[in-house]
Design a protein around this ligand. Structure first.
Ligand SMILES: Cc1cc2nc3c(=O)[nH]c(=O)nc-3n(C[C@H](O)[C@H](O)[C@H](O)COP(=O)(O)OP(=O)(O)OC[C@H]3O[C@@H](n4cnc5c(N)ncnc54)[C@H](O)[C@@H]3O)c2cc1C
Length: 380
């Protein structure tokens, strides 16, 4: 059976890796980008926030926790298979908080997570000062709690962070080794379909130069999924939500190894003993999301500065840090429905959608690949 996968960001690459491990499946992947250029995946910080996510139950939480579990075996397996190094921070996530009232919520979260197999440690300010004295002066700049000092922290030892580009390259390499055919700089421009009584079946993917026969199609094209589903007359609106981030070099050495530190929705992601990523802004478009190109808004320097100022407020030693680089990307966010969209495309018997992962596409890539394989298994 021949599966055509459209899009090879972290989500498409994870699907290609999973499906190419199944005997009897022929995997073809198409991406309009070059192997070195990335869309949303290239902008991501790679923070895998599952256990420390505020959600107590529901589909999204279940996906997050299952995906985090998959990561623990996926990374060593990929490294061993491909010989590539995939930077994977196993030091956990440390989240600072600024309101004493928050403690109640974290106590509930801790109890619920225990039943789900995850440990959360609640740290008093005293414990934080002992373990991470450099963070004990942290302040919040968020409106409402502006100027408030840190009062405690939650430490989640089982959450992780991964380098999204190294991961995607590893998945691509692993998929190639397992026999997948991956075509970069080859966008899918259209489809050929056959009509049946109740639904249509796609028979071919079209590029500018050729038509390729397929048995199943997986659309994992991030923001590109909107025009593709429009072409199939079943539009799924996915909105581009801008995120900007910063690569800093600290004058003061950072502790190494170090967990990801989070406070006021800003992440400090350690890279080595002097460098870290900081992000990210969340900037919404105001235009019709079905007109994707128009909806890509211009980055706001003020929004980026606010993130930097919040990072300095969390960790004052960063005040003298040097900005090595800033970057931006667009998160694919489903319009008026929950992220992510992992389902069969209505009206078609052989089209699956794996798109719209919004702020958690890196975290959710392994479980998305499992879900896609489950859909195919059920159809075989
Ligand atoms: C600043 C920022 C920080 C983030 N931080 C995190 C984080 O810490 N943790 C986390 O889990 N997530 C994070 N995210 C979100 C994450 O980046 C996305 O959810 C994820 O990358 C989506 O992956 P994707 O493969 O669906 O999309 P993409 O990476 O956008 O890939 C889609 C691919 O489809 C291709 N394509 C599109 N149209 C076509 C076509 N017609 N034919 C062929 N190919 C096509 C594109 O070229 C592209 O390569 C962040 C995002 C941003 C912007």
């Amino acid at each position: 059976m021949r599966i055509g996968i459209i899009g090879c960001g972290v989500v498409g690459a994870a699907i290609a890796y999973r499906l190419s491990s199944i005997p009897g499946l022929e995997v073809l992947v198409y991406d309009s980008r070059s192997p070195q250029q990335f869309e949303a995946t290239g902008a991501a910080l790679g923070v895998l926030m599952a256990a420390i996510s505020g959600k107590l139950k529901g589909r999204h939480l279940k996906l997050r926790l299952e995906s985090l579990r998959l990561y623990e075996s996926l990374i060593p397996q990929l490294e061993q298979q491909t010989g590539l190094e995939i930077p994977y921070n196993r030091e956990g996530i440390l989240q600072l908080y600024f309101e004493v009232a928050e403690l109640k919520r974290f106590e509930t979260l801790q109890t619920v997570r225990q039943t789900q197999g995850f440990d959360l440690e609640l740290w008093s300010l005293e414990r934080l000062s002992q373990q991470f004295p450099e963070l004990a002066q942290g302040r919040s700049l968020v409106e409402g709690s502006e100027g408030k000092s840190v009062v405690g922290a939650v430490y989640s030892p089982q959450d992780r962070q991964v380098d999204p580009v190294a991961l995607t390259q590893g998945l691509v390499q692993g998929a190639l080794q397992q026999g997948a055919n991956i075509h970069f700089e080859t966008g899918i421009t259209g489809f050929r379909a056959q009509d049946f009584a109740e639904e249509q079946l796609l028979t071919h993917l079209q590029t500018v130069s050729t038509e390729v026969p397929v048995d199943w199609v997986v659309v994992s094209a991030g923001l590109g999924s909107t025009p593709l589903t429009q072409a199939l007359k079943q539009p799924i609106a996915i909105q581009p939500v801008l995120g900007q981030a910063i690569h800093l070099r600290s004058k003061v050495p950072l502790r190494s190894p170090c967990p990801v530190v989070n406070g006021c929705d800003v992440h400090l992601v350690p890279m080595n003993d002097h460098e870290l990523w900081v992000g990210a802004t969340v900037e919404f478009p105001e235009i019709d999301p079905l007109k994707i190109e128009q909806a890509r808004i211009t980055p706001s320097p003020q929004a980026l500065d606010l993130v930097l100022q919040q990072a300095i407020a969390l960790y004052p030693a960063l005040a003298d840090a040097e900005v090595l680089r800033t970057w931006q990307g667009f998160r694919p966010r489903p319009q008026e429905r929950a992220a992510p969209v992992i389902e069969r495309l209505p009206g078609y018997g052989n089209v699956l959608i794996a798109s719209g992962h919004y702020r958690n596409g890196v975290l959710l890539a392994p479980i998305t690949a499992e879900k896609i394989w489950s859909f195919l298994q059920a159809a075989l």
